[in-house]
Each structure stands twice: as C-alpha cells, then as structure tokens.
Write a protein that binds this ligand. Structure first.
Ligand code: HEM
Length: 310
C-alpha cells in the first residue's frame, strides 16, 4: 500500500469493510471498478434510446411535436410522482420536508401549464386535424400517471362524479367507488352512452393497478399525510399554501389550458368535432364540471362553490 495515496487507502479500507460486512469478496468488486468504462453523457442519459422513441403514424411534419410534447408531459408527471412518493412513503412526515417536496411538485406543474402553448400555438391547425384521425381511439385520457397522481394525492371518495360525491364513502368498497370515478364520464360514447373502446382498453390495462394503488394510499395519500400534521407544527401554514397552489394548478389552470386547446382545434368554428376518445369533452373537460379538488379543507366555502372559475 506504500505507493497508494493515504486518502485512497482510507477509501479502499471502507470498501473492504463494506463488502466483508455483506460476506462478499471485496477484491472481485474492486477489479470490477477498475474495468468500468468512463461514463459518457450519451450512455448515462440514454440519449439514443430517448431520441428513438418518436414513431409518428403519418407523414405530417407536426405530428412529432404532438408525440414529443406528450412524452415531455409524461416525464414531468414522473418527476411529480417521484416527489409525491417520498411524502406518501414517509412515516411521521414533517411539515417542512413535505413543503419542500410540494414546492418541487409545483415547479413541475408550473412547467406543464406554462408550456401548454406548444400544443395550442405550436402546431398547424390543418395538420393536427388530419393526423389526429390516424390516432383514434387513443387519447391523453389514457395517461395512467395522471390517474396515479390523483390516487396518491387524495381520498377516492373525493374523486367521484358530482352525482354521488359526498353520498358515498370508503365503506362502499373500492369496486363500488371505482364504478363512480369522475373520469368514467369521459369514457361513455356520446351517442350510445356505452363504454367507449378508449375507456375499455384503459380499464383492461390499468384498473387492477389503480385499485392496488388506492388500497395502499387510503391511509397515506398526501391529503391523509397532511391531516396527520398538527396545525401548530412549524411550517404548517407554508405547507398549506403549497398544497393549495398544487390543487389550483393541477385541477384548474392545467385543465383550462388543455380545454382551451381542445376548443381551438375541435370547435373554433362551432363545429364541435368528436375527440379521438369520443367523450362529451366540452362539458367534461371543464374544471367546474369535474370539480376535482384534492384538498377541499384548504378552501373556503366560496372558493369551493366557484371552483374552475378563479
Ligand atoms: C392538441 C392537443 C390536445 C387536444 C386537442 C386534446 C383533447 C382532449 C380531449 C377532447 C379529451 C377528452 C377525452 C377524449 O374524448 O379524447 C382529452 C383528455 C385528456 N387529455 Fe388531451 N388533448 C390534447 C393534448 C393533451 C396533452 C399534451 C396531454 C398530456 C398528457 C393530454 C392529456 C389529457 C388527459 C390527462 C386527459 C383526461 C383529462 C381528465 O380526465 O380530466 N392532452 N384531451
């Protein structure tokens, strides 16, 4: 060891201790380290893989914009899930830790709303209305991360349609509650009232996973975690503000930006085109119809009554 720098010798000792505690041969691991290729940006970020994930269904030059912006959205949703998971997995979560995570979540949600102009203004109207016809019955409605975020944020009884919300609680059981999820309203055919293929395929693919998530989150979603914190705890008011900000951005500002875009492409001449998912979208997509509110205790009676209009 005489020609090894003292600081490196200390590191080697730590590695030996680490692997011997695990009953492993540290020499093999150290050989492995010495064989490793230098890290490159393109391998680490998986640039080639990432840039190979755009597979347009038509030759319209604006279709890749549509695909990539959805992919960017899914990555931002994944960043949101990543932060929320650290709060819902924590036992005895503290207000300051919770707030820091929510501020990150709000930063990502802010990017989602500010950047939605990529959809509204960044594609050619005519092209969009052609290439979208090749995409049915797919719809952003089928974004599973969007639904997982809801389940990680709040109680299932708060995600029901307005006809039964407040009348059905957890005692009804997940099967009954899931039959009344607010988003099923988008999955009914405008003419027949039956489940659309868009909805049926989505349920076949994800319903079990949604139910498993709901069971796990019942006692630890963000709303539940918040209610475990005493209102006299340091940082409580700042946490409350960060949760209100998220509720408003995710459940009012983003839906309105999204609806405005749908109105532009599908109804600017008052023609009320059918969406790829087949929903009664003009009614359904408005936040005042959905009334999706993750943290109702944090809003005044007046704010709740005007949900979607401020
Ligand atoms: C030109 C752009 C867009 C248009 C015209 C549009 C239109 C629509 C329409 C009409 C619906 C109702 C369901 C249906 O019948 O298909 C819907 C649902 C949805 N879309 Fe989009 N969309 C666009 C972009 C996006 C983007 C970029 C995302 C990001 C992932 C997205 C995510 C969603 C989600 C999550 C829903 C379900 C909303 C809910 O249940 O509240 N959409 N979209």
């Amino acid at each position: 060891m005489s020609d090894i720098k003292p600081e490196n010798a200390a590191i080697v000792r730590r590695i030996e201790e680490k692997y011997s505690a695990l009953g492993q041969d540290s020499t093999s691991y150290m050989k492995g380290f010495s064989y490793q290729r230098p890290v490159t940006y393109w391998d680490y970020v998986e640039v080639d893989t990432l840039l190979s994930l755009q597979k347009p269904r038509t030759d319209y030059p604006d279709e890749p914009i549509f695909i990539m912006y959805h992919q960017v959205t899914e990555l931002l949703l994944k960043l949101i899930v990543h932060e929320i998971d650290q709060v819902v997995e924590a036992d005895g979560v503290e207000a300051d830790f919770f707030r820091v995570k929510m501020e990150r979540v709000n930063r990502y949600a802010g990017i989602l709303t500010q950047s939605f102009s990529v959809m509204r203004e960044g594609m050619d109207y005519e092209q969009y209305n052609e290439f979208r016809l090749a995409l049915a019955p797919a719809s952003g409605f089928q974004s599973a991360q969007f639904r997982f975020i809801e389940l990680k944020c709040t109680d299932v009884p708060l995600l029901l349609n307005h006809r039964v919300k407040g009348k059905m609680g957890a005692e009804a059981g997940f099967d009954a509650l899931f039959n009344e999820m607010y988003w099923l309203d988008a999955g009914l055919d405008r003419k027949t009232g039956k489940k659309t293929q868009t909805l049926q395929m989505f349920l076949d693919r994800y319903l079990d996973a949604f139910k498993r998530c709901a069971v796990k989150m019942e006692s630890r979603n963000l709303y539940t975690q918040f209610r475990k914190i005493s209102s006299s705890a340091p940082g409580y008011e700042a946490l409350k503000k960060s949760l209100r900000d998220f509720d408003h951005t995710y459940n009012v500002i983003w839906p309105l930006a999204h609806l405005k875009t749908a109105e532009y492409y599908l109804n600017s001449k008052g023609e009320g085109k059918a969406a790829t998912g087949g929903s009664e979208w003009q009614k359904y997509l408005h936040p005042s119809y959905q009334r999706r509110i993750f943290f109702p205790d944090l809003w005044t009676k007046e704010e709740l009554e005007n949900w979607g209009n401020f």
